[in-house]
Design a protein around this ligand. Structure first.
Ligand SMILES: *[C@@H]1O[C@H](CO)[C@@H](O)[C@H](O)[C@H]1NC(C)=O
Ligand SMILES: *[C@@H]1O[C@H](CO)[C@@H](O)[C@H](O)[C@H]1NC(C)=O
Length: 445
């Protein structure tokens, strides 16, 4: 039997043997599992705060090879995902290369790998992004505009604002307060309101009232503040502000007022009935929502509009502001004093066109009333009106007697008194003055 092997073949077998031996003992490398709280291992369940600065070394991938061969680390992300970390393949040092935002993504899937040069182990691990107080409260559904009637009771709730803070814990809790601004040492108008810190409900402060006439619009600055929380190593409180525009609606709370007072009117003795004497007008104090105004004369007979013209009444014509309608008001003179009683003769003559003999009264004073009849309160105003009665020269002077008989003794000295004649004119002023002249035969004596 030939027992011989060539040295070449032997060497070949030895080589195969050695290679097989080495292959059987080549175990794959692996990561250490040092727990989720550890900053080294395989990165599984590792938590990182969203305020971590880009460039920070955040973790060390830590594994080993059973054969003691040097290992290399790798780190990749699923397709389409942002690449947040980079690893130094030799040291396993992992650093942050992309800003984190928990409010956008709170969990990152990472593929970590370890290799000894021959075997590569890949694991998919989840990294959690934890909250930092980096979000300010955000007001919902601005702008905030509210219309409130000025007669709304103190303490009433008039609006509710809401702000949302997307942070977690106290950094995500929101409380509200009103910004108090003191302008030129004056009490801020915001002091008319209060806000519930918890609910965001805006109320009229107890004891306060709104007044359209003084402030038709209030601008209330409300602040929403979070409870504070850690951000980049220190405590941070974030807030935001919004303006609530409170438009005060004019309620019927103001009386009307006469414009252009005092009123003086004139009537000439020869005026025809129905003549316009004066135009008066009143304006509702509630300018935002004015009511129609109705006019009348106080102490007059009846009220409202009347068309009957009594012979003993004066006729006054008023124009209603803002309307073409003219209404006549009949004023009784019966209720007036003595002076007015005499006046009514004058007025009587106007009504009938009969000339007046003597004007005893030179003016008529009365009071006007303006009422908002559409309101339950019937807000009203009064104004005085004086109407001067002006005389005209419509009377002829009259001698006190129809004839005068005088007897003159012969040879009387020139300049002797012969007779006294008197004439009267009931008109006033220069129209009532009387001048005497003599004419006829002997007038030149
Ligand atoms: C890797 O983990 C092992 C086992 O827990 C530990 O002894 C070693 O110090 C770690 N290495 C690094 C670089 O943290
Ligand atoms: C890796 O991080 C450690 C600290 O954890 C540091 O001492 C070391 O120098 C870093 N190595 C590299 C290559 O960045």
């Amino acid at each position: 039997m030939k027992k011989e092997q060539s040295p070449q073949a032997l060497l070949f077998l030895l080589l195969i043997h050695a290679t097989l031996d080495q292959g059987q003992s080549d175990y794959a490398p692996y990561f250490y599992d040092n727990g989720a709280s550890s900053k080294n291992g395989n990165m599984a369940l590792f938590s990182i705060s969203e305020d971590t600065a880009v460039g920070t070394q955040v973790y060390v991938l830590n594994g080993t090879d059973p054969e003691g061969d040097p290992v290399r680390y790798g780190l990749t992300f699923e397709k389409g995902s942002k690449e947040y970390f980079r690893v130094d393949s030799k040291s396993g040092n992992v650093s942050l290369i992309q800003e984190l935002d928990r409010e956008k993504q709170d969990e990152i899937s990472v593929l970590v790998s370890i290799t000894d040069g021959r075997n590569k182990v890949v694991e998919t691990v989840r990294v959690f992004v934890t909250d930092a107080n980096d979000e300010a409260p955000e007001f919902q559904n601005p702008p905030f505009i509210v219309a409130v009637s000025e007669d709304t009771a103190a303490g009433s709730s008039i609006y509710r604002v809401q702000a949302v803070d997307r942070d977690m814990g106290s950094g995500g809790s929101v409380s509200y307060f009103l910004q108090v601004v003191v302008i030129r040492c004056q009490t801020s108008p915001f002091s008319k309101f209060t806000i519930d810190g918890h609910s965001g409900i805006l109320r009229i402060k107890p004891g306060e009232t709104l007044d359209y006439e003084t402030t038709p619009t209030h601008f209330v600055t409300v602040v929403a503040k979070d409870g504070g929380g850690k951000y980049k190593g220190r405590n941070q409180v974030l807030s935001s502000t919004a303006t609530i525009t409170v438009n005060v609606i004019d309620a019927q709370d103001m009386p009307p007022s006469f414009i252009g007072t005092p009123y003086f009117g004139y009537i000439y003795e020869v005026s025809v009935p129905g003549s316009e004497i004066i135009t008066v007008s009143a304006r509702d104090g509630d300018q935002g929502n004015p009511n129609p105004i109705f006019y009348s004369i106080l102490n007059g007979k009846g009220s409202g509009t009347m068309s009957v013209v009594h012979p003993f009444d004066v006729l006054m014509v008023f124009h209603l502001p803002g309307s073409d309608g003219v209404f006549e008001y009949v004023h009784s003179c019966f209720t007036r004093t003595c002076q007015i009683t005499k006046l009514h003769k004058f007025l009587f003559s106007i009504c009938y066109g009969v000339p007046v003999i003597k004007l005893h009264c030179s003016f008529l004073s009365s009071q006007l009333l303006a009422v908002e009849i559409d309101t339950p309160e019937r807000f009203s105003a009064t104004a005085d009106i004086v109407i001067n009665l002006l005389d005209t020269n419509d009377n002829v002077p009259k001698f006190t007697s129809e004839y005068y008989i005088a007897r003159i003794p012969e040879n009387s000295a020139g300049g002797s008194s012969v007779a006294t004649v008197t004439a009267n004119d009931p008109d006033s002023g220069p129209w009532g003055e009387v001048k005497y002249t003599i004419y006829g035969s002997g007038s030149d004596l």
